[in-house]
Design a protein around this ligand. Structure first.
Ligand code: PLP
Length: 456
């Protein structure tokens, strides 16, 4: 018999089941062997079968997050809506296919992400290409594929306008504007313009709208994204009020009837007990209320409302399982426990000092009373996955599970120290399916070239 996690310090299986508020995937359980189960699969057995380290993605958690976004928009917004998955969080065939099967579109930021989404079967009308420096190849590829391009700067507008002649049909675009809302996790400010490499400066908007009105471009709407891992609702509530002014001037001064508003992503998730993000539903309600109030107060028709969450869709659905190896105690300072992965499969701690939580998958109810630091295996002193966390007594061979690793882990992974990229399995209803094969040493040298004069 399995039990719902009882006294696990990182368990937050509480009254609300918004995936982004949990530390572990929604299906997390402890089984009779005192081991962690996800999607009905014993994590230790998964590691035996698929190797270590291993990303384990819980399909129920991912689908639940998609459904909560989609259904909340239907409930709280009177106009049309479309949720897009910001696939930069984790772009691969299976994750794109799951998001698309739940009715989501996909936001991509490169030709490679676009190629993957197309191969996953996503319909072109549900694809949006972002990026502050898209190449000509990427723009042509997107237009050929029938994808909407979110124009980011003047160079791109001019290029797209030139391409319109070649393509014979007006490229469908949106305009990304830096909206002057700056967000940190716990505070935000509104400013006239922001120091950001993305999007048009608000002070340029009149000139941009005038250009677009005279161009061969089919501009369908405006886009803004104000930040990531945001816990406050107010900035996303305010965004409608900021954007509506440009919808109004586009219509009244330039004769452009814009019909779509994309308010970006940014809802935060719980990485540690102290993280307290709002639910997906509360975020959607705030966005819908803000946009509705703004457009109604200006007497404008409601736009089709788009958003593009990444982290809050996929983040909590995945855990990373590592195998514990060596350890080292520096007397009076700390004990290091070392695992078989690190900054190559999760670069967030070394890049942003991101914090995580972990459990030992084969000692789930043991007392977590030892203060340790979990180190990766890379030749980099900063390759520390978890600093000063409490774990039970462990031994080499134990399986350490780090939670909430679905967003910006695989997608930012590297081969640093020539470690092969790790595998990923998708679990649901006691079944596991490989979604990313583990790289081999042969894979590592596949693109290497050895000029003949260097051969001996
Ligand atoms: C334009 C844009 N949209 C969406 C996202 C997704 O943000 P998040 O993962 O915080 O939801 C990002 C992330 O940086 C972004 O730059």
């Amino acid at each position: 018999m399995t039990t719902v996690l009882p006294n696990l310090p990182l368990s937050t299986l509480t009254e609300t089941r918004s995936p982004n508020q949990q530390l572990l995937p929604l299906t997390a359980k402890i089984n009779d062997a005192d081991r962690l189960e996800i999607g009905g699969c014993d994590v230790v057995e998964l590691v035996k079968q698929y190797g270590s380290p291993l990303y384990i993605v819980d399909e129920v958690t991912l689908r639940t997050a998609c459904q909560q976004y989609r259904d909340a928009f239907k409930h709280y917004y009177k106009g049309a809506s479309q949720v897009l998955y910001a696939s930069k969080a984790w772009n691969c065939l299976a994750i794109c296919a799951i998001a698309a099967s739940e009715g989501l579109g996909i936001d991509v930021v490169s030709g490679g992400e676009l190629y993957t989404a197309i191969k996953a079967g996503v319909k072109p009308e549900l694809l949006y290409l972002h990026g502050n420096n898209k190449s000509l190849d990427e723009l042509e590829y997107a237009l050929n594929a029938g994808c909407t391009v979110v124009a980011d700067n003047w160079w791109e507008l001019h290029t797209l306008n030139r391409l319109a002649t070649d393509f014979g049909i007006p490229p469908q675009i949106m305009l990304r504007i830096t909206p002057g809302i700056e967000c940190h996790t716990h505070e935000y400010i509104r400013t006239g313009h922001l120091d950001s490499k993305f999007g048009f400066d608000p002070n340029d908007i009149d000139a941009v709208l005038e250009f677009v009105a005279k161009s061969q471009l089919n501009c369908i709407g405006l886009h803004a994204h104000i930040g990531s891992q945001i816990f406050e609702l107010q900035p996303h509530k305010d965004i409608g009020q900021v954007m509506v002014q440009w919808f109004k001037s586009a219509r009244n001064e330039y004769g452009l009837h814009l019909t779509e508003l994309n308010i970006g992503g940014g809802l935060g998730i719980r990485y540690t007990e102290s993280d307290d993000p709002p639910t997906i539903e509360a975020w959607v309600q705030a966005v819908c209320d803000g946009v509705t109030a703004a457009f109604e107060s200006h007497g404008l028709p409601l736009p089709k409302l788009l958003c593009e969450p990444g982290r809050s869709l996929v983040g909590t659905s995945c855990i990373t399982a590592y195998t514990i190896g060596s350890s080292k105690t520096v007397p009076g300072v700390r004990t290091y426990i070392c695992v078989d992965g690190g900054m190559s499969d999760n670069p967030r701690p070394i890049t942003y000092q991101a914090q995580y939580r972990a459990v030992v998958a084969n000692r789930m109810t043991a007392n977590a009373d030892l203060l340790v630091t979990v180190a990766g295996k890379h030749c980099e002193s900063g390759d520390i996955l978890l600093k000063d966390i409490y774990l039970p007594q462990t031994e080499p061979g134990d399986v350490l599970v780090v939670s909430a690793t679905g967003a910006y882990n695989y997608s930012m992974a590297s081969n640093y120290n020539r470690l092969p990229k790790i595998a990923a399995v998708l679990v649901q209803d006691r079944e596991a399916n490989l979604i990313l094969k583990r790289e081999t040493y042969q894979d590592l040298i596949r693109q290497d070239c050895l000029p003949s004069r260097l051969k001996f």
